[in-house]
Design a protein around this ligand. Sequence first.
Ligand SMILES: N=C(N)NCCCC[C@H](N)C(=O)O
Ligand SMILES: O=C(O)CCC(=O)C(=O)O
Ligand SMILES: [Fe+2]
Length: 329
Amino acid sequence: MATDFKSIPIIDISPLVAKCDDPERVQDPDVLEVVGQLDQACREAGFFYVKGHGIPDSLIKDVKNVTRKFFDLPYEEKLKIKLSAAAGYRGYQRIGENITNGIPDMHEAIDCYREVTPGMYGTLGKIIEGVNQWPHDPPYFKVLMEEYISFCADLSRKIMRGIALALGGSADEFEGERAGDAFWVLRVIGYPGVSSTNGQNAPENDIGCGAHTDYGLVTLVNQDDGITALQVRNLSGEWISAPPIPGTFVCNIGDMLKIWSNGMYDSTLHRVINTSPKYRVCVAYFYEPNFDAAVEPLDICKEKTGGIKKFGKAVYGEHLSSKLETNFV
Ligand SMILES: N=C(N)NCCCC[C@H](N)C(=O)O
Ligand SMILES: O=C(O)CCC(=O)C(=O)O
Ligand SMILES: [Fe+2]
């Protein structure tokens, strides 16, 4: 588990983005420099900012703008795409509907997942079968988000190539049956400003999202400009802020990568508290293993951590299912 980091490192990954698909150029000194920085950040914090990622700034801004527009709509309008178990846990959830550690979170959200067709993963995938419920207003919401998802998938795969090298593996360690057919989750999130959440000034009721770890490989957090609300827990239990830095994503490690790396990299606890009077939006993209991937410590990681497997085998789809079953009121 992490160290006593006091801030979250910023990594310019442009050499990795440019060269990671070229078998010869992955040995390029600029790529190896990025790989070294990824290794250090993943060991020490499990969190880092990525810049030089190549996703157009206009797209990053547009997805936040469209998110704000949606949450501004009247409640009845938002309810037209209400999340339900029958809809494969896809759709809109009101403030207080998502639960973390047994406490309702002060956020509203639209949850989206990669499409799962009936029978695609047998009984394992039953819970998440369905298609996404996209808002009809604004009309371009779906197209914009799908474009964004495709950019995020590509970027995440490249980051995972860097992380594979950082762990001492080959660049394609997390492709094929591990994450070559990666599952994904998109959460479009809104956190009310502090005055509108409750009139009692009770901080425990103002938690936008309680302390949790993410479930998969890596998360790309596209957070609102100008509001510091995301906090990351270090080894001694201090909450370190991850303020928005224009032009960057916050990237963090999920539970499946913790297992595959035999704990070399940890899925660090984090939470969101919006103490600003302003409504905060965030779009979080989660890059996950193949839905049916069996996840257990990689031999290369086991060797580097004393030769003993610290975790048993997990199936990603089972991990996600157990979260879905407990995440809602
Ligand atoms: N797909 C991911 N990672 N979603 C993160 C949501 C975290 C909050 C959730 N209630 C929980 O307790 O996990
Ligand atoms: O809102 C944020 O900055 C992060 C949200 C988050 O941690 C999550 O949805 O898993
Ligand atoms: Fe998270």
